[in-house]
Design a protein around this ligand. Sequence first.
Ligand SMILES: *Cc1c(COP(=O)(O)O)cnc(C)c1O
Length: 463
Amino acid sequence: MLYQSTRGGDAGRSFEDVLLAGLAPDGGLYLPAEWPELSADDWRALRNRPWAEVARAVMEPYMGGFLGGEELAALIEEAAAEFGHPAVTPLEQLDGNLWLLELFHGPTLAFKDVAMQMLARLMDAALERRDAHVTIIGATSGDTGSAAIEAFRHSRRASIFILHPHGRVSEVQRRQMTTVDAPNVHNIAIEGDFDDCQALVKAMFNDAPFRERMKLAGVNSINWGRILAQIVYYATSALALGAPDRAVSFTVPTGNFGDIFAGYAAKRMGLPIKRLVIATNVNDILHRALTTGRYEVTGVTATTSPSMDIQVSSNFERLLFDMMERDAAGLKRLMDSLAQSGAFTIPEAALEAMRTLFDSGRTDEEAVIETIRRIYAETGELVDPHTAVGLHVAMEKASPEAAMISLATAHPAKFPDAVDRASGQRPALPQRLAHIMEAKEYLTVLPDDLEQVEAFIEGNAGA
Ligand SMILES: *Cc1c(COP(=O)(O)O)cnc(C)c1O
């Protein structure tokens, strides 16, 4: 299995290459040259099998011999063991036709754990083979940083530096990052806001000598390894509800389009997925794009579902590429237009093709609160605001022709204030996380200054 860039400037890459590179050198995103398919019998044989076994069957065809058999099985078992539920990603029935796929049983209580736990171990295996080391840097407003730190704390081949805005992340989110005591983990609190942190990370990647010297690597949501790992739970949940002999639909709280793109990959692998419903909050660029055909950047509004507060949706490029029948030159024109004027029009044929599988809906803040309240009143379940964005849309789009699986992307205890306001119930942190509120914190406060941040990283990456 080889990989190509969506913008046509790179092809013939191995799985390890794309795992370690993240972004392609031409600015595009990597996709497999073709989609591997499992037969209906292959899928049937995976029904009622353990999560790790399904994961191996789904992931192995993408690896081109890099990892397989017992070695891959052991890696997946290790990642799965980090989850606080034996089913890893359990499925809960909410009513006759509506299901909740709980993706929040990982170490930092959000769905990003599923992919990060797998990505860290895959990267270690690739670096081991090459006898190489990398320095991972990232900026976080909360969620991604803690998932990355939890995943890479055991890495033998990566140092990780996560920048967060000093005093501007919630106490739980900060403690999830800063209480990790590992020699290769470094928390940097920047005297600035999240945009300053992001600008610093970008500047470091653009500093070519520094990038080379430190072997910088990124683990953001465009990394193909993350998307690959997310295909697994689309498979386990569809199989649990009767695939390949019965169709299912999914509703996905969406920001950067990484999670729902994994659902698209699952469909291409032969699972009978009827609809993939994009659920956005008021930052609704994707809902507008699918409705009107115009992909147009506007400002960002802060909401109670901050992990979906996005201006552009990076992984949407991957879907566009496939919907345009992999016309890299055509896609590059759209991306150039986006960079220059902040907008493009989706070609008519691509939009039609998209609409045969995808649907979309938008949830404003009032509906988020109302959904949390209503779900609690009707089922006794507390859901977080991201999950509520999905459920509001899922209930709108549910139809008797296929079961609707709505993705629960964060644990309610990660967003206690919004949940409390809506339901009158304050969700407690699961027992296995309670210790972070007392544990010692490790962090370094630095000014918003590129030179000082680079010097700190250079001085500490060897550890
Ligand atoms: C990242 C995130 C999302 C959005 O996922 P994308 O892959 O960016 O579309 C939704 N919910 C939560 C809780 C997240 O952390």
